[in-house]
Design a protein around this ligand. Structure first.
Ligand SMILES: [Fe+2]
Ligand SMILES: [Fe+2]
Length: 303
């Protein structure tokens, strides 16, 4: 399955854990320098991307995830000059609070409803078991969202939305080194079970003559599984990978294997974000060299 190929794509990192005003721009990553925004940008433990595509005289956009808080999401939208009403369609990668936390506030900031694509399992309550005890549960509140103007559209198969945005469907697990996160739990009825993140999906944008840009949320199914899956369902080469890779809790050997497997897919650019972690990001910078770019709030990645 393929989306319509675009002439140009621009991905704005609306919210992420990291913000650095002193980063230099490169050919494909435009940074926001000091004094260039209407108001200060905020970073936080959350994730949100604004994706714009251009094809001939046509254009379209998608908001991917809503970070952890409407305070941060709406601040950064205003700061970067993105009107909430200008968002045409939205997508939730998975049912974790640091991705849906700003959704109700975002919907309330609009003057019209917004369609949000997501996997139906994203509505289950989720929690994490830590050495210090349980954290959560967190749950996406369907009725509160709908009251705020959200129109949910459930999807679990590869699907193209608004011509240009390919939703992955459920991710096929093909690696032997990307294992389930043992601390993650999901509550299904009376049962609390290991969360295998069946709900987590990614987005792909196909750039003419260049390849596929893959956008991932936390990559709980494994970023290599996700990128291979996107390659397999489109048959396209991988141009760019942007996402939280959730490597901070993994041993170095697994991060090394993941980086080797990503390199085999030969992407031009890899942007580890959000939950990738500091040490794994440093490892990625060392291994990927000029293919690596550090994520920073406000940065725009363009192809
Ligand atoms: Fe996350
Ligand atoms: Fe997550």
């Amino acid at each position: 399955m393929r989306p319509v190929a675009v002439d140009r794509v621009r991905i704005t990192i609306l919210v992420d854990n990291y913000y650095d005003v002193l980063l230099p721009s490169t050919d494909h990553v435009k940074r926001v320098g000091p004094g260039q925004t209407k108001k200060p940008l905020m970073a936080g433990h959350g994730y949100s991307l604004f994706v714009e595509v251009f094809e001939g005289n046509n254009s379209a956009n998608m908001l991917v995830d809503f970070c952890h808080s409407p305070v941060v999401l709406l601040n950064n939208m205003e700061s970067l000059g993105i009107d909430p009403d200008s968002v045409e369609v939205a997508f939730l990668t998975h049912g974790h609070y640091d991705h849906f936390g700003g959704l109700v506030g975002f919907a309330r900031a609009r003057s019209k409803p917004v369609t949000v694509y997501l996997h139906p399992d994203a509505f289950y309550p989720k929690f994490v078991v830590t050495p210090a005890g349980r954290r959560g549960p967190w749950q996406l509140n369907r009725s509160e969202c709908e009251d705020a103007g959200v129109l949910f559209s459930e999807v679990n198969m590869p699907s193209v939305v608004n011509n240009y945005f390919l939703i992955s469907g459920e991710i096929e697990r093909t690696t032997d080194f990307e294992k389930p996160w043992q601390a993650a739990r999901v509550i299904k009825g009376e049962r609390e079970v290991l969360d295998l993140f069946i709900d987590e999906q990614a987005v792909g944008i196909l750039v003419k003559d260049r390849g596929l840009v893959v956008l991932s949320g936390c990559s709980h199914p494994g970023i290599v599984n996700i990128v291979r899956h996107m390659h397999n369902i489109t048959g396209e080469r991988i141009l760019c990978v942007i996402g939280g890779f959730h490597w901070s809790i993994l041993p170095d050997e697994v991060v090394e294997k993941s980086l080797d497997a990503l390199l085999e897919l030969d992407p031009e650019l890899v942007v580890p974000c959000h939950c990738t972690g500091f040490r794994p990001s440093c490892m990625a910078a060392g291994k990927l060299g000029s293919r690596f770019a550090v994520s920073s709030v406000g940065s725009r990645i363009e192809f």
